[in-house]
Structures are given as structure tokens and as C-alpha cells.
Design a protein around this ligand. Structure first.
Ligand SMILES: Cc1ncc(COP(=O)(O)O)c(C=O)c1O
Length: 329
């Protein structure tokens, strides 16, 4: 079957780009030095392919991702790189066969992990972005976790504020500042793991011993602006449903796209705006009702989360359909 025969909007990936991106990252961060973040794709079939080439330890953002990976037989070493105090979700992660390690950044998150029977944690550092503890809190929190019987495997810190910066020198400066804090905390915490980093810092973060990159597998317009060696391979195919004198409208709206990083880009025209079920665009070369159009989402993670399947395409042909089965919380 050809991609153009499928009903739209349809989320699809170029399987050759996917394989090339996997290989490029794997050459730089082989085996378990890469702990791929599954939040970028939420698909066990993609995780299985990552495991097949040696990346058998995973990073997750939600308990659902942790439990779903384990159910798919990919549970040997999963990190929830996020905080939770939800007893039932912590218990579900404690019950999986393998190691579910959770991030903790407070006494409350440690106590909740102990109470639920979690066996291992990383101390999460606030390195300039979102969750995490201060450097001086890290050692005492590690002590409390050990007293509670937890295996403190090390530290993590995600330098998200550096990640999207288009200026490489500024990206380096922000990442180095963040990693300096992580290194100081690691000295107080101990453990083997220093985890962090992502697609925006894969080539500049020399501190972590495991990289948590996720978006590199299929990329998006936001990351591609950084001139990375990874290519965009994720698209939403739509159909032109109405044509006006100066613009056209297709059937892909913001309910089929992650919009937090802005509008998608489009091969056949310039996007003017998206609403629930429509994108208005100015065609480069005219448009007719029924034409197929290709949109490239600005942000991969929330785009994947809005679809239940990912169609894998080679050339124009559909080669497989993979479930996006790690959605939800
Ligand atoms: C904790 C954590 N680690 C790593 C990443 C890196 O992901 P990506 O490679 O998609 O930038 C993220 C992205 O938000 C994250 O939240």
C-alpha cells in the first residue's frame, strides 16, 4: 500500500531516516552510554529497535512509560527521570521485573519511594531547569535514601534550558554551568551514574556517563534549526479540503500536531496558522482540493502523543504500522 492511499491526517516516519539517525547517535554514544528517552516516541517498537542495537537501558517521563516498556520485555534498567509521589504508580513500578530507578529531589519523594517498595533512585539536581534539588541538598537526600534502604545509583540533571538554544557557543556555556553543578553534587552523593543531556547537547556534554537523548530518532523543526547531523523523519500527511483565492486549507489541525514549539513547516507551502482540525497555508505552486500535503511538526514528543499509530514508510510505500502504545500516565 502507498502512503497516499491512507486516510488523513496520518502520522508517518521515514524508516531510512530513522535508521540513519539511530546509527549516527549510536556511533557517538554506544550501548548503555545512551539511555534513550522514550517520551519522544512512546512506542515500544521503536524502543525495541533501540535495544536491538545495544541501548537496553531507557529513560522515561511517566510511570506508564516505565510499566509499558517492562510489559514489552524491555525492563532490564528503566529510569523514571521525573518525580512522583503517587503510591499506586510507584508500587506498579516497584513490581516490574528488572530495575525501575526513580528520580527523587526531596524528602517527600524519597519517603514515597521507600513506602512503595522502590529499590533504586537517582538524586535529581536542579541544574537550571525544572525539577531537582539544590547542590547542597543532594548529599543529605542521598543519606536519607540510603537509610530508607534505597540503592542510590548516582545523580541526574537535565540541562533543558540549554537544549533548544540555536547559538552553539551559548548552548555550550549553559550546559557547562549545569554540568558543573551536577559534578559537585555527584561528589557528595556517590554512585556510578551521572545521567543527563539530550539531542541539543549530545556533542557538547562531556560530563554525563549516560546521555538521555530522545528526539534524535526522528527530529522536528525546532531541533533541526540547530544544524544537527540528525534528519527530520517525522511527518503528518494531510489532504487539501478547501481552496480560496489566496490560500488553501488542509485537514491537519493542532489536534494532530504538537504546537508548543510553534507552527509546523510544510513542503508544499507556507503555513499561516493552525486551528483544531485545519491548517491554513499559502501554496508555493497552487493547490487543488484532494491534493496531499506533508507537514513537519515543530515538536516531536507531543505530536507522537496525539496519535495511536505511526506508519513506517520507505519511499512512497507503507512498510509497517507501529502502535504508539506508551501514551497516558
Ligand atoms: C529528563 C529529560 N532528559 C532528557 C531529555 C532530552 O530529550 P531530547 O533529546 O528529546 O531533547 C528530556 C527532554 O525534555 C528530559 O525531560
Amino acid at each position: 500500500m502507498e502512503l497516499n492511499e491512507l486516510s488523513t491526517p496520518v502520522l508517518w516516519a521515514d524508516i531510512d531516516v530513522f535508521e540513519k539517525n539511530l546509527a549516527t547517535m549510536s556511533a557517538a554514544w554506544p550501548g548503555t552510554s545512551l539511555r534513550p528517552h522514550v517520551k519522544a516516541h512512546k512506542a515500544t517498537r521503536i524502543a525495541a529497535r533501540q535495544a536491538e542495537i545495544g541501548h537496553t537501558a531507557f529513560t522515561c517521563a511517566t510511570p506508564r512509560e516505565v510499566v509499558g516498556l517492562a510489559e514489552a520485555g524491555l525492563g532490564s534498567d528503566i529510569l523514571l527521570a521525573n518525580e512522583t509521589v503517587d503510591p499506586s504508580r510507584l508500587k506498579a513500578m516497584a513490581a516490574i521485573d528488572g530495575t525501575a530507578t526513580v528520580a527523587v529531589d526531596s524528602e517527600a519523594t524519597i519517603d514515597a519511594a521507600v513506602a512503595a517498595g522502590i529499590s533504586a533512585v537517582l538524586i535529581d539536581l536542579r541544574v537550571g531547569f525544572r525539577c531537582g534539588c539544590a547542590v547542597e541538598e543532594a548529599g543529605p537526600l542521598a543519606d536519607r535514601a540510603r537509610v530508607g534502604g534505597l540503592d542510590v545509583r548516582g545523580v541526574m540533571g537535565y540541562e533543558g534550558h540549554a537544549m533548544g538554544n540555536l547559538d552553539k557557543a551559548e548552548r555550550v556555556r549553559l550546559a557547562e554551568g549545569a554540568m558543573e553543578r551536577l559534578t559537585r553534587a555527584h561528589a557528595d552523593v556517590g554512585g556510578d551514574i551521572v545521567s543527563g543531556g539530550g539531542t541539543g547537547t549530545w556533542d557538547i556534554n562531556t560530563t554525563v556517563n549516560e546521555l538521555q537523548a530522545g528526539s534524535y530518532i526522528l527530529m522536528d523543526t525546532a531541533y533541526t534549526a540547530q544544524q544537527q547531523p540528525f534528519e527530520q523523519g517525522l511527518f503528518v500527511q494531510g489532504t487539501v479540503i478547501s481552496v480560496a483565492p489566496k490560500y488553501a486549507v488542509c485537514d491537519v489541525g493542532l489536534k494532530a500536531l504538537g504546537m508548543d514549539h510553534g507552527n509546523p513547516s510544510m513542503v508544499q507551502g507556507e503555513v499561516r496558522g493552525c486551528s483544531d482540525e485545519h491548517t491554513v497555508f499559502v501554496p508555493h505552486d497552487g493547490a487543488s482540493v484532494g491534493d496531499r500535503v506533508t507537514l513537519t511538526p515543530a515538536h516531536i514528543d507531543p505530536t507522537m502523543a496525539q496519535h495511536s499509530t505511526l506508519v513506517m514508510v520507505q519511499g512512497h510505500n507503507v512498510v509497517d504500522t507501529w502502535p504508539i502504545d506508551l501514551r497516558g500516565w
